[in-house]
Design a protein around this ligand. Structure first.
Ligand code: FAD
Length: 334
């Protein structure tokens, strides 16, 4: 397809209550820079039902234009309805590039839309820029197991599409609402929707694990030694009001559920404080947490790579260090 504008689009995914998922608003931050660099407008595309809150949030975060499709058939995500709506918007308006949050639904929607439009998609980007030589978006993502970063261009097809995980970028400061709001009526008949959501199963883990929005995370790795080794990690998390994270090694060992995993194949997090306990700091773990404002590492090996990125390091046995730290914080808080 040929682009008709130089606009940069951000797909703002909505929840069932019509509010925006954080990642869509986060993506308006790099979207602003890329739209300016492309010489186009930054447009937020909101598809859902009762989306006023999402539209207003996108408006307060710098969108120049908001294209809204609001109808009952979009209350719950379905691949068919959302693909039909987004593809027809792209065909009508012809943006130059588009970003989609790499949520479960975004990872489903992005490739389907790219395929329908016969264009490329770079998944799970961690950095974005405009390539000086070609003027195309340079989508950077981990490759070969995270051991190197690959920068990918989509030189001949439009729109250039990429997905970005939640938490990679931060929401920008709120600004004055200035967006042009365009409402489109796109209806999808029931027989065009070939799949039906019968039941949503909750995570087997009872705890709510909202790592992406956590301000403090205390994570445990293989160094905790077993499922019971997470007890001192949880105790510290409790006094700090933190969320419990983990490395993949602890998840693979079955000591904690995947919902807690931080890293390349887990969640990308950017808390104010990240405390890594018994985690060596493999590149794939760092890929998910190196954007944290302050990193504290507790590890008995002084040469562990986690100390290379830590702001504060404690060389010691976590089973000795954590109870002392927890008690001191409890006392200080009291
Ligand atoms: C494609 C791919 C994707 C991956 N994705 C991820 C991912 O998303 N997230 C992730 O975390 N990993 C991921 N990995 C795995 C990654 O390479 C590492 O194997 C993993 O992060 C190691 O976990 P760990 O640090 O807990 O374990 P280890 O590397 O075994 O480190 C354990 C650490 O605990 C310390 N320790 C031991 N006992 C104590 C104690 N009593 N007190 C204090 N310190 C102690 C040790 O000194 C050591 O440094 C991925 C790998 C691949 C190939």
């Amino acid at each position: 397809m040929v682009n008709k504008t130089k606009d940069f689009w951000v797909f703002v995914e909505t929840n069932e209550d019509g509010t925006a998922k954080n990642v869509g608003i986060e993506l308006l931050t790099p979207g602003r820079e890329l739209a300016d660099a492309q010489g186009g407008r930054l447009a937020a595309v909101v598809i859902g039902c009762n989306t006023d809150a999402a539209v207003s949030e996108a408006n307060r975060h710098g969108a120049d234009q908001i294209i809204v499709v609001d109808s009952e058939e979009y209350r719950k995500y379905t691949t068919d309805a959302y693909t039909i709506a987004l593809v027809s918007l792209v065909e009508k308006y012809g943006p130059l590039s588009m970003m989609i949050g790499a949520t479960n639904n975004g990872r489903d929607l992005g490739p389907r839309v790219a395929c329908r439009l016969q264009t490329g998609l770079t998944a799970d980007c961690t950095a974005l820029a405009i390539d000086e030589a070609t003027g195309k978006v340079a989508w950077t993502r981990p490759a070969f197991g995270g051991n190197l970063m690959a920068t990918i261009l989509c030189p001949e097809h439009y729109p250039q599409i990429g997905t970005v995980r939640p938490g990679v970028f931060k929401k920008g400061e709120e600004t004055e609402e200035k967006a042009e709001i365009i409402r489109e009526e796109i209806h999808v008949s029931a027989d065009q929707i070939r799949t039906q959501v019968l039941e949503i199963l909750k995570d087997m883990d009872d705890e709510k694990v909202d790592l992406e929005n956590a301000e403090i995370i205390v994570s445990g790795g293989r160094g905790v030694g077993g499922p019971e080794g997470f007890e001192p990690v949880r105790a510290l998390a409790k006094v700090l009001g933190a969320t419990v994270g983990s490395s993949r090694a602890a998840v693979d060992a079955g000591w904690i559920s995947h919902a807690h995993q931080v890293g390349q194949t887990g969640k990308t997090v950017a808390p104010k404080l990240y405390i890594a306990c018994g985690i060596s700091g493999a590149i794939q773990h760092q890929a998910g947490m190196s954007g944290s404002d302050c990193i504290v590492a507790i590890n008995k090996d002084p040469d562990a790579p986690i100390f290379d990125i830590a702001d504060y390091g404690i060389v010691g046995n976590l089973f000795e260090v954590l109870p002392i730290l927890t008690e001191e914080i409890r006392k200080a808080r009291a």
